[in-house]
Design a protein around this ligand. Structure first.
Ligand code: GDP
Length: 456
């Protein structure tokens, strides 16, 4: 971390402004070499200065910019930082960056600014990981969860649990080291109780993991049904714009279409499929093969039937495939009357829920959206809950830590000596420490920060 790093911090492409970020010891001296303030104004920490970037080899103006120098330690990286606001032109940004590198900075690696923030103690590891989630969030809800993690809410929860473990460890150690002293004796029963409480705290966090991940990564939903039942109409209603062709000719949706939409804060990847049915048409067969693949890769299936004409052979084939899967069945075209007996239909499917719809005018869409929302929140988690675990690394560490505690609990149950119990509890403590980066290897750090974009 001795050297000074630089990168383009804004997205590539045309824009109003584009920013070069520099961090490290030489940030200010590099700025002084390449920047000419307007009317010889002085560069002061945290004040934007207007001026020009001039090529140091020939004095030519590269761009008119606003530059700011931020003195350490209260900066993003906790080092001296300079940001140069150029015009949002690739050429300007490239030339300015080249100049900065020529004057002694090194090109930053992806995530290196945030890595420095972590190594300098400005952020803990789970907060640093939240930075990437903030940038990549697809929905408002995903964004809110990421911002709360950046704010340190997950970290505080982890620290709380670690504090409880530490308290228990202290008691155990005292009992091991000074068994004869006049101290409060830690009974096995009491230790068992404390372990249980700590385990419950970890389990509470883990119970948010499914929802947390769905909010971050989205849910993959396949829409199936024979041709002409209203699959495209459903897609369109959900998309609220006609990107999938709605047509009355069966089988024109030959291939699958996938669209990502935002259903009440949940990213939903919709897979529209060609009707699943036997056919001699090669092109359509390909579509059907794809449908089955899509169907298998989906987290959830919405099956549409035409309520006005009853179940056909094709419907029954799909039903057979869906028999034991949790799915949502829409009995569509209610405006044309329904000849499908809901109870009889329900009895053919083990884990299906049924909603009657009139997709031609969007009737039922609200209910479908609520249903999807219910799938993700599972009725278990309040939407206001802001501490959600959504990072695979965190989930694994929480699970391992819980296992160590369970091992400790079993040893106590078997009447083993406290020395052995202590090892497992220590392990649980260290594993939780990895979430916030207190005990973490360089490999893990490299892995975490390699997921970042340049300039962050
Ligand atoms: P897909 O082949 O399954 O994608 O079906 P489409 O969405 O293309 O719909 C086929 C036809 O049924 C279109 O003409 C739609 O307008 C019509 N349709 C869709 N939903 C309804 C509905 O609820 N009632 C009526 N009467 N027609 C519908």
């Amino acid at each position: 971390m001795e050297d000074t790093i630089a990168a383009i911090a804004t997205a590539y492409g045309e824009g109003g402004i584009g920013i070069i970020r520099i961090s490290g010891e030489n940030s200010l001296s590099i700025l002084n070499k390449i920047f000419t303030p307007f009317k010889n104004s002085k560069i002061e920490s945290r004040r934007m200065t207007y001026g020009t970037i001039n090529d140091t080899s020939n004095g030519h103006i590269i761009d008119e910019v606003l530059a700011v120098y931020m003195k350490k330690p209260s900066t993003y990286t906790a080092e001296d930082v300079v940001e140069i606001n150029c015009h949002g032109s690739i050429i300007s940004l490239k030339r300015t960056l080249e100049l900065v590198l020529r004057e002694g900075a090194r090109m930053a690696e992806p995530g290196e600014f945030t890595k420095r923030a972590f190594l300098n103690g400005r952020l803990d590891l789970s907060q640093a990981e939240a930075v990437i989630d903030v940038i990549k969030a697809k929905t408002d809800k995903g964004f809110d969860v990421a911002v709360s993690q950046l704010d340190g809410q997950l970290s505080s929860r982890i620290k709380e649990i670690r504090k409880s473990i530490l308290d228990l460890l202290v008691e155990i150690t005292v009992n091991i080291d000074y068994p004869d002293e006049d101290i409060e004796y830690l009974t096995y029963e009491n230790a068992q109780k404390q372990i249980k409480l700590i385990g419950d705290m970890i389990e509470n966090l883990l119970s948010t993991a499914d929802t947390g991940r769905l909010i971050k990564e989205g849910i993959k939903v396949a829409i199936v049904g024979k041709p002409n039942v209203g699959k495209s109409s459903l897609m369109n209603s959900l998309l609220r714009e006609s990107r999938a062709i709605v047509t009355e000719i069966p089988g024109t949706t030959r291939d699958t279409i996938e669209e990502s939409i935002n259903v009440r804060g949940i990213p939903v990847n919709l897979i529209d499929t060609a009707g699943i049915r036997d056919t001699d048409d090669i092109v359509e067969q390909l579509g059907i093969k794809k449908s089955k693949e899509a169907f298998n890769s989906a987290d959830f299936v919405i099956f549409i039937v035409d309520g006005s004409c009853g179940l056909t052979e094709e419907d029954n084939e799909i039903l057979e495939l869906l028999k034991d899967r949790r799915c949502l069945v829409l009995i569509n075209k209610q405006d044309l009357g329904s000849v499908i007996d809901k109870e009889l239909f329900q009895s053919k499917l083990n884990a299906a829920d049924i909603i009657p719809t009139r997709l031609i005018d969007g009737e039922g869409i609200d209910e479908i959206e609520s249903y999807i929302e219910g799938l993700v929140y599972g009725g278990k988690i309040s939407q206001k809950e802001s501490v959600l675990v959504n990072n695979v690394r965190h989930i694994e560490l929480l699970e391992k830590s819980l296992k160590s505690l369970n091992d400790a609990s079993q040893m106590i149950g078997a009447g083993e000596a406290l020395e052995f119990v202590e090892v497992d509890i220590n392990e649980a403590y260290a594993l939780l420490g990895e979430i916030i980066g207190e005990t973490v290897s360089d490999d893990v750090l490299d892995e975490v920060f390699s997921r970042f974009c340049l300039g962050k």
